[in-house]
Design a protein around this ligand. Structure first.
Ligand code: ZN
Ligand code: ZN
Length: 312
């Protein structure tokens, strides 16, 4: 049985369905693919550009059109306000003026695409997000002091810089990174993020982590403490001379949280985890603390009045 549009008499055909008695042309004049509010409010942080979406601050785009489009699609198009039978409904912002967005809503009805233009009043409100508010007020919850034990050299410098940069990207809570001698100072907005970062550095680089909480008085009636996390990375490279548990050794290889060292008193080569090394007492020896002497084709390391054979 062929169906016709009750308004204009158009006949139903492939790609031109009759939707509750109406052809697509008449349908979009009389009814709505999706029931959108006449007015939406967009809250933007003027400092970082993030947007309040379903109660959460997220960064969507620098382009306000894209922000409005995402908000409409994610917060306002739902199954419950979509006309029965329509699927895959989405909105595109075609034009945005100071107050009005011209939107093209498209949906699929029995396999045919139907589009409808909708005007929505857009009210853009500017408000600092909680994160920017905290930054502006100079408030932070934790301070991380990340240092290397040995001077920052070669591969470590590169690793350090790239790691700090990825921290900046990944950790929303990192508000400030300052490079200092042999490390960085990082200000973090929440203490849990600081602890997470510290445990990552411990697991991956064998860092030693010491956390201290300092009483910082009361804030909003609650007892408040400031966390300082001291993170010590070994920063050792192949060929470094170290003291481990009172014995001299040379670093043979370094991988992640472990290293291979050669004890100079016995010539024995062992793999030790950094965590064990820290507890046994690990120290980096600067060049000026020892001397290297060659005699009879052999190299000796002179330290505190003793000579150690270097190549066995
Ligand atoms: Zn019609
Ligand atoms: Zn912000």
């Amino acid at each position: 049985m062929v169906r016709f549009c009750v308004r204009c008499g158009a006949e139903e055909k492939e790609g031109f369905p009759i939707i509750d008695g109406l052809c697509p042309r008449c349908f979009v004049k009389e009814r709505k693919i999706v029931e959108l509010p006449p007015k939406i409010e967009v809250t933007l942080c003027p400092s970082c550009g993030s947007t309040l979406l379903r109660g959460k601050w997220v960064f969507i785009s620098d382009r306000i059109e894209e922000v409005v489009e995402t908000i409409i699609n994610e917060a306002f198009i739902k199954r419950t306000n979509t006309y029965p039978g329509f699927e895959d409904v989405f909105a595109e912002v075609k034009e945005l003026t100071d107050t009005t967005a011209r939107i093209l809503v498209t949906g699929s009805y029995r396999g045919a695409l139907v589009s409808q233009e909708v005007l929505i009043n857009v009210l853009v409100k500017k408000r600092l997000c909680p994160r920017c508010m905290k930054i502006k007020s100079g408030h932070f919850e934790a301070e991380m002091q990340i240092r290397t034990m040995a001077p920052l050299r070669g591969e470590w410098s590169r690793r350090f810089v790239s790691d700090v940069q990825s921290m900046r990207r990944l950790q929303e809570s990192v508000v400030d990174v300052k490079e200092v001698k042999n490390g960085v100072d990082v200000k973090v907005l929440d203490q849990r993020a600081a602890m997470k970062l510290a445990s990552y550095l411990k697991r991956v680089f064998g860092a030693r982590v010491v956390s201290t909480w300092k009483d910082a008085g009361y804030r909003s009636g609650r007892k408040h403490s400031k966390l300082t996390v001291s993170v010590r990375l070994p920063g050792l490279i192949e060929g470094d001379v170290i003291e481990l548990g009172g014995r001299l050794a040379i670093v043979v290889a370094f991988y992640g949280p472990k290293m291979v060292i050669k004890f100079l008193d016995t010539g024995e080569e062992v793999t030790v985890s950094l965590q064990r090394a820290w507890t046994e007492g690990l120290r980096y020896l600067a060049d000026k603390e020892y001397a290297i002497k060659e005699e009879g084709g052999k190299r000796y390391l002179l330290y505190k009045g003793r000579a150690y054979i270097m190549d066995r």
